[in-house]
Design a protein around this ligand. Structure first.
Ligand SMILES: Nc1ncnc2c1ncn2[C@@H]1O[C@H](COP(=O)(O)OP(=O)(O)O)[C@@H](O)[C@H]1O
Ligand SMILES: [Mg+2]
Length: 454
């Protein structure tokens, strides 16, 4: 364990984390507001009837956001403390607090107007459209005030004790900042939004959805010791030590060229080991071929997806099971992939090359899952994808963990990769320079400066 990660006082990282989460949620909400604008102009300019299910889910999300995740405990308690410290901010805070009540009423109204719009199309459109435009504008104003005034002042004026009390004032289960349950519900809503959002607006364009989830495990699975790897004369990995426990998500972050992909390829057996060792479940992988590693459960999703572009989605999935033959079990697994990634069912006849980047990433993951991995190696799955899809990819990673798959996640998108990691490593020019839990790394000064741009 490296020194830097343990020095920070826990109270400090707690408040920093709280602020970070609030800002992150604001950004997420902002993207949803952008989506609402796009849906609105699609409705008005292209005479597109509103997708009632998608809009209702978005309204649920905003409601959930403002009533549970954000407002009641987070902001109201924060507002109270900040008003005491900064009387000149009090009127603004009062106005913002009222905004939550008004916002709730407006949402109720919007749902009614949406139903009305559906029923009396196109006459009902105008009223709904105006109400929606006013609503998104007000919400944006609210976020701007929070980001521009409230958060900076709270950062300056509230003490660690204030933050501690803000956090402690809540009941654990419904804690909007650290409570898993609320966040879980929240993620589910976002997942639905991404699924139903049309492709042209950066979503998956799903028509109908359903999905499943299951159990999990623990102890050392992969152990890399003193690993050295080269391309010809050039040594790329120098004395790398990494451990992955069963059931964990371990993230590896690092700049372009640091050697991340090389490390994954060495684990897969595509790149030879010069010195050091890699063992999987206690057995040395040294002489084991890539195919046999796959059969043992080590499966890589390569950088840049690399699906077979001239094969159908279905055949790509079948290729993932090449070590297993074409049994009825494999067919059952394909069915399971279609349930997990409904968009792949919808596109199963399409050539993989016809899919969008996000869809291809899902296909690449589906193909890897067909090999029934126990250790899944993901090489920059979020690369080049729209923010909505990136979020979906990371949500899928979390689900896979819940199902008991151990995950080694390589990412340049450090903040999100570390936020979901149990543990993480930072690789710099072929050396591990920092390691720690995901939380430790996120609050580590060096990581923040170099990889989070803070
Ligand atoms: N096939 C190769 N032959 C020679 N050098 C390579 C090859 N692949 C990668 N490299 C070099 O190895 C270093 C690490 O690359 P890579 O593992 O792809 O980094 P990352 O995935 O972190 O961006 C880089 O300097 C890169 O130029
Ligand atoms: Mg790479």
């Amino acid at each position: 364990m490296s020194e830097q990660t343990t020095e920070m006082a826990p109270a400090q990282s707690r408040s920093e984390q709280a602020v970070r989460i609030i800002v992150h949620e604001h950004q997420a909400l902002w993207r949803v507001l952008d989506l609402l604008d796009q849906l609105l102009s699609d409705m008005n300019l292209n005479d597109q009837r509103p997708d009632e299910r998608l809009l209702t889910t978005i309204f649920d999300y905003i409601e959930h956001f403002s009533q549970r995740v954000h407002s009641t405990p987070t902001d109201i308690e924060l507002y109270k403390r900040l008003s005491e410290k900064s009387p000149e901010t009090a009127p603004l805070l009062e106005k913002l607090a009222r905004g939550y009540v008004v916002g709730h009423e407006k949402l109720v109204e919007l749902r009614e107007l949406l139903a009305e719009c559906e029923k009396r199309w196109p006459e009902g459109r105008e009223e709904f459209s105006h109400a929606l435009a006013r609503f998104t504008e007000a919400l944006r104003k609210h976020i701007r005030k929070e980001e521009g005034v409230v958060i900076p002042r709270a950062r300056k004026l509230l003490t660690e004790e204030d933050w501690q009390q803000i956090i402690e004032a809540r009941d654990v289960e419904n804690d909007p900042l650290f409570g898993e349950r609320v966040r879980e519900e929240f993620r589910e809503l976002r997942h639905q939004i991404v699924s139903y959002t049309p492709e042209k607006f950066g979503g998956l364009g799903l028509k109908h959805a359903d999905r499943v989830t299951a159990p999990h495990a623990e102890e050392e699975m992969l152990s890399i010791k003193g690993l050295v790897t080269s391309y010809g004369q050039i040594e790329v990995l120098h004395d790398v030590d990494i451990r992955i426990n069963s059931g964990e998500i371990v993230s590896l972050v690092g700049a372009n060229g640091a050697g991340k992909s090389t490390l994954l390829m060495t684990i897969s057996g595509l790149q030879p080991v010069d010195r050091g060792s890699i063992s999987f479940e206690g057995k040395d992988l040294g002489k084991i071929s890539t195919d046999r590693r796959v059969a043992q459960g080590i499966v890589q999703v390569p950088e840049g997806r690399q699906v077979f572009k001239d094969l159908s989605v279905h055949d790509n999935l079948l290729m993932g099971a090449y070590t297993r033959g074409r049994t009825s079990e494999v067919m059952d697994d394909i069915e399971r992939m279609y349930t997990r990634f409904p968009i792949l069912r919808q596109k199963h006849h399409n050539l993989a090359g016809e899919l969008s980047g996000g869809q291809q990433q899902m296909l690449a993951m589906g193909r890897a899952l067909m090999a029934r991995p126990r250790l899944l190696l993901l090489d920059e799955p979020s690369m080049g994808l729209a923010p909505l899809i990136v979020e979906e990819i990371f949500n899928i990673v979390k689900e896979l963990k819940k199902e008991g798959i151990t995950i080694f996640l390589v990412e340049q998108n450090a903040s999100q990769a570390l936020a979901l990691a149990d543990r993480g490593y930072v690789l710099e020019t072929g050396k591990v320079v920092i390691e720690g839990t995901g939380r430790e790394l996120l609050s580590n000064e060096k990581v923040r400066e170099a990889y989070l741009g803070m």
